[in-house]
Design a protein around this ligand. Structure first.
Ligand code: COA
Length: 391
């Protein structure tokens, strides 16, 4: 039985901070960002945007195309949970009016949880082919102001419908994984911003890739040359470049510069202008490949490397299905990215400082231009609403 991604759609915030604006404010050479870490823009969430409203924006165009009564589970992956107990997925379930005969749960492990949710969904469907599972990966990457992480913020949500006989990609059985208890990135319960040992996290990422690859080859007997395109977790696009170089060195593959670019560049275009979206970033990379690759990827094998600091990593593959182009939502993705409004550094700071969701009572002014938003918090309870905006 083939199991995999039947529909996929991506959403981000309606605002961004250009790294040119950021560099000018901080008196740093802009090429440190555009060349050194390979980033141009960071999507910035206004105070009335959180992972639930982002997820609703990502999921709604998928739900319009199917009978939502068929959704048997919502697996919501996020590091930016909105409640210590109630799953973000249940807020989403209510906001989108999903059926009561549905299981909903939140997955967490830094940037890895999206891959975990996808693998769990494929397992559920292999056990019962009638299942249709909505997997959401949504995060808002936020670091302290004036730290090195500040330039690698961003946000986004990817919604994926996982089914039997998928129209986009069939996920192949067999993957390589790796876990090690390290402190390269973490966020204690009392903090809204992550703490990171950035240089160390880069090293652990690359080390995890080597271990996950070794396990993947043992499990599947596949080699580097069996894979046509490589999608990596992308905290910043230079990381994907470092990862691909590491994999080539590890496998001893013979790859020209043209081949290197063909294997990786299309899968970085969106990430470069959206920024980090933690658990969603690997799937933003996949969508970027689908929307931007010049040649059809029909029948091609795509690899996915998920890395979540702390750390858990997984390397797996899928085969692109024939006719996949017909169900892509490329124009919607491009329109939403293009229509974001640029922020000055001060406007970004105003958003940044207001977005404190631990307060007991607040009514948020309408800043979110999307179809769903966080309206406010009353007696510690979060209230979402559908706006009059079209998605
Ligand atoms: N022109 C071109 N390149 C430049 C440059 C310039 N003017 N100035 C610096 N660079 C290069 C550096 O040589 C370096 O390249 P290298 O990594 O290939 O050596 C790169 O830009 C980054 O510079 P660096 O001084 O290391 O930046 P930093 O101390 O600000 O840290 C991160 C960068 C990514 C580690 C930091 O932003 C961070 O901690 N981010 C969050 C954590 C994260 O994303 N971890 C990844 C694993 S999930």
């Amino acid at each position: 039985m083939k199991v995999g991604i039947d529909l996929i759609h991506f959403a981000t915030a309606d605002y961004y901070l250009g790294l040119d604006t950021f560099a000018a404010e901080k008196h740093i050479d802009v090429e440190k960002f555009t060349i050194g870490i390979g980033q141009e823009k960071m999507s910035i969430a206004p105070p009335d945007e959180d992972v639930v409203s982002l997820a609703a924006k990502a999921a709604a165009p998928i739900l319009r195309q199917i009978d939502t009564n068929e959704i048997s589970a919502v697996l919501f992956a996020t590091e930016t949970g909105v409640d210590q107990s109630k799953s973000a997925g249940v807020f989403l379930h209510g906001l989108l009016g999903l059926p009561n005969r549905c299981r909903v749960v939140e997955f967490k492990h830094a940037c890895y949880a999206g891959a975990a949710a996808l693998q769990m969904a494929t397992t559920m469907i292999r056990a019962n082919s009638k299942e249709k599972v909505l997997v959401i990966a949504a995060d808002i990457a936020k670091y302290d102001v004036d730290t090195s992480g500040e330039a690698t913020q961003g946000c986004g949500a990817v919604a994926m419908l996982i089914t039997e006989s998928p129209r986009i990609i069939a996920i192949e059985a067999g993957s390589g994984y790796y876990t090690d208890d390290v402190m390269d990135f973490w966020r204690p319960n009392n903090r809204t911003t992550a703490l990171v040992d950035g240089k160390y996290s880069t090293k652990v990422y690359l080390n995890s890739l080597k271990h996950a690859w070794e396990h993947f080859t043992e499990q599947t007997n596949r080699t580097f040359n069996d894979i046509d395109y490589f999608c990596y977790h992308i905290p910043f696009t230079k990381m994907a470049e470092k990862a691909h170089k590491t994999l080539i060195k590890k496998t001893g593959a013979d790859v020209t510069q043209d081949q290197f670019e063909a294997q990786t560049l299309a899968s970085q275009i969106y990430n470069r202008i959206v920024g980090n979206s933690y658990s969603a970033s690997l799937f933003v990379s996949f969508i970027s490949l689908l929307d931007n690759n010049r040649q059809s990827v029909e029948g091609k094998r795509i690899s996915f490397f998920s890395y979540g600091s702390g750390c858990v990593a997984e390397f797996f593959t899928g085969i692109m299905q024939s006719g996949y182009e017909k169900v892509l939502m490329t124009q919607e993705h491009q329109r939403k990215i293009a229509q974001r409004k640029p922020l000055s550094y001060q406007e970004y700071l105003d958003f940044y400082k207001q977005a404190d969701s631990v307060i007991e009572n607040i009514v948020y002014p309408l800043t979110n231009k999307g179809p769903y938003r966080l309206a406010g918090i009353k007696d510690h309870k979060r209230y979402y609403e559908k706006t009059n905006q079209l998605d």
